[in-house]
Design a protein around this ligand. Structure first.
Ligand SMILES: O=C(O)CCC(=O)C(=O)O
Ligand SMILES: [Fe+2]
Length: 187
């Protein structure tokens, strides 16, 4: 938990620099895991094995986790070798009824020693939309080539703002909200 927090903080410093914040610790101080107001969450996920040979090839795509963007700042996601299914779709701008059907999804394979980092809606808002939240899903096997039917384990660390964080991008594109308000609206 402490190590994943540390990795997150290093990324937050890079993001603050990239966005031109004068204080490079700006995001770090608003995600202080030692504070009682911290809202970060680690979720241990288990998707059950899917029986093979049923409901296959009916032309539909089913999901183990439906298409969504995380609402936090940055999610660090850990996958296990051979337990595929995670897919991403580029750019928040494709989140429309139209694009949900025919958008291009790319598989995110397990790479030893790597962590998948998903930008969340909070970073998107805090960057005045310069960073787009990552639209992603976990596809259920449906008879397509390479589909994985076994159980899947993953760990997601959701960096969430402290309740008293003050959230507004440098361009003030969106009204100022606290971390508590942001999460309450997102849930
Ligand atoms: O299991 C996964 O790999 C994805 C989980 C996820 O996207 C989530 O919990 O928000
Ligand atoms: Fe997610």
């Amino acid at each position: 938990m402490h190590r994943v927090q540390k990795v997150s903080e290093r990324l937050m410093i890079c993001l603050a620099r990239g966005l031109g914040f004068e204080d490079e610790e700006y995001f770090v101080k608003y995600h202080d895991a030692s504070k009682p107001t911290c809202q970060s969450v680690m979720r241990l996920l288990h998707y059950f094995e899917t029986p093979q040979g049923q409901d296959e090839n009916d032309g539909q795509i089913y999901h183990r986790a439906g298409a969504h963007a995380d609402w936090g700042f940055l999610t660090l996601l850990f996958q296990k070798e051979g337990q595929s299914g995670l897919e991403i779709c580029p750019g928040r701008e494709v989140v429309t009824e139209h694009a949900l059907g025919d958008a291009a999804w790319s598989k995110v394979d397990f790479v030893p020693g790597s962590i998948v980092c998903n930008i969340g809606d909070l970073l998107m808002s805090w960057s005045d939309d310069r960073f787009k939240s990552t639209f992603h899903r976990v596809k259920a096997p449906c008879g397509e080539l390479g589909d994985y039917y076994g159980e899947r384990f993953s760990i997601a660390f959701f960096n969430q703002p402290c309740k008293d964080a003050l959230i507004q991008g440098p361009l003030k594109k969106y009204p100022l909200v606290t971390g508590e308000q942001f999460n309450a609206r997102a849930m």
